[in-house]
Design a protein around this ligand. Structure first.
Ligand SMILES: O=P(O)(O)OC[C@H]1O[C@](O)(COP(=O)(O)O)[C@@H](O)[C@@H]1O
Length: 331
């Protein structure tokens, strides 16, 4: 795998975002997701990799595209695991709310955890607080350790938490020690990513969200030198059964997953494009004259390079985009 691949991958998330953003504010989650999936899949076709989707839209019989096991790329290059979330934050885009992204992660074959579609408890911090987290410890102790590692007063530590009833204990414990809480409604990959960038003002991400999103987050955290721990958190017998079907027996089911258990290896790539504007990425803007502007991040763990890519697209000149845009123009 090489450095050009990073830019090839950002083209994939850009294409998904450009197609999906046509649905912004239209109250149609499924339409927006379908457009993102189609854009992502088309853009993958010309990339020289022998890729396989390990985290995708579901099984073959429930998802016609980007299903788990689907082959991506020309089949000529390196064997890779690919984790995709063509539209992360389906309700965000439907309502025109911030923070929806098109996102993917890629690593050498066998290096991304094949996570079941269930919940996962997660904690994420940036590079400065690496080694200071312990998912088995209390919220308060994690905050105290992170504040020490960051050399910040506890009152300056901000924890990003998804606005869900199940997280009330995090909010209560964090406030009890004097820390700050920032809630978000949806899209925990972008929210966790914010904890790895000092300029966002977010120091810790905590909570329970999707396990597939957890693996994609781990790939980003690896590229950024941050830290993450997770633990599968199935909420029903049906979810427990789903975990078991995917090889998570009693012993493995509640094992603490360290960063390398989620995403390992030398070569990890992460790419994301903003669909609606958020903390880190601006959303898609369609411009006059069949043009559009996107804002993306692309990272490679081997070199540690983090690129923010602002791109102007001529939708009438790029064959994939022209076809897609014609299809989604009048929705
Ligand atoms: O909405 P729930 O059930 O609390 O699940 C949380 C999960 O939903 C999301 O907020 C959005 O997921 P979708 O893009 O599939 O709608 C994820 O980022 C998060 O992991």
């Amino acid at each position: 795998m090489g450095r050009n691949l990073a830019l090839e991958l950002v083209r994939v998330t850009e294409t998904a975002a450009l197609a999906s953003a046509r649905y912004m504010g239209r109250g149609d989650k499924n339409g927006a997701d379908g457009a993102a999936v189609e854009g992502m899949r088309l853009a993958f076709q010309s990339i020289d990799i022998d890729g396989e989707v390990v985290i995708g839209e579901g099984e073959l019989d429930e998802a016609p595209m980007l299903y788990i096991g689907e082959k991506l790329g020309t089949g000529k290059g390196m064997e890779t695991d690919i984790a995709v979330d063509p539209l992360e934050g389906t309700s965000l885009i439907a309502k025109g709310l911030p923070n929806s992204i098109a996102v993917l992660a890629m690593a050498e074959k066998g290096c991304l955890l094949k996570a079941p579609d269930t919940y996962m408890k997660k904690i994420v911090v940036g590079p400065e607080a690496k080694g200071a987290i312990d998912i088995t410890d209390t919220v308060a102790n994690n905050i105290l350790k992170v504040s020490k590692a960051l050399d910040k007063r506890v009152s300056e530590v901000t924890i990003m938490v998804q606005d869900r009833e199940r997280h009330q204990y995090i909010i209560d414990e964090a406030r009890a020690v004097g820390a700050r809480i920032k809630v978000f409604s949806d899209g925990d990959i972008a929210a966790a990513l914010a904890a790895c960038f000092e300029e966002t003002g977010v120091d810790i991400f905590m909570g329970i969200g999707g396990a597939p999103e957890g693996v994609i987050t781990a790939a980003a955290v690896k590229c950024l030198g941050g830290d993450m721990q997770g633990c599968l958190n199935p909420l029903s017998q049906e979810e427990i059964n789903r975990c078991k079907e995917m090889g998570f027996d009693e012993e493995k089911l509640y094992k603490i997953l360290l960063l390398d258990d989620l995403a390992k290896g030398e070569e990890i790539f992460f790419a994301a494009t903003g669909i609606t504007s958020g903390d880190l990425l601006k959303g898609v803007v369609y411009l006059k004259g069949d043009k559009a502007k996107t804002h993306s991040i692309v990272m490679r763990s081997k070199t540690g390079t983090v690129r923010f890519v602002e791109a102007y697209h001529r939708l009438d000149k790029n064959s994939i985009m022209t076809n897609l845009m014609d299809k989604y123009r009048e929705i």
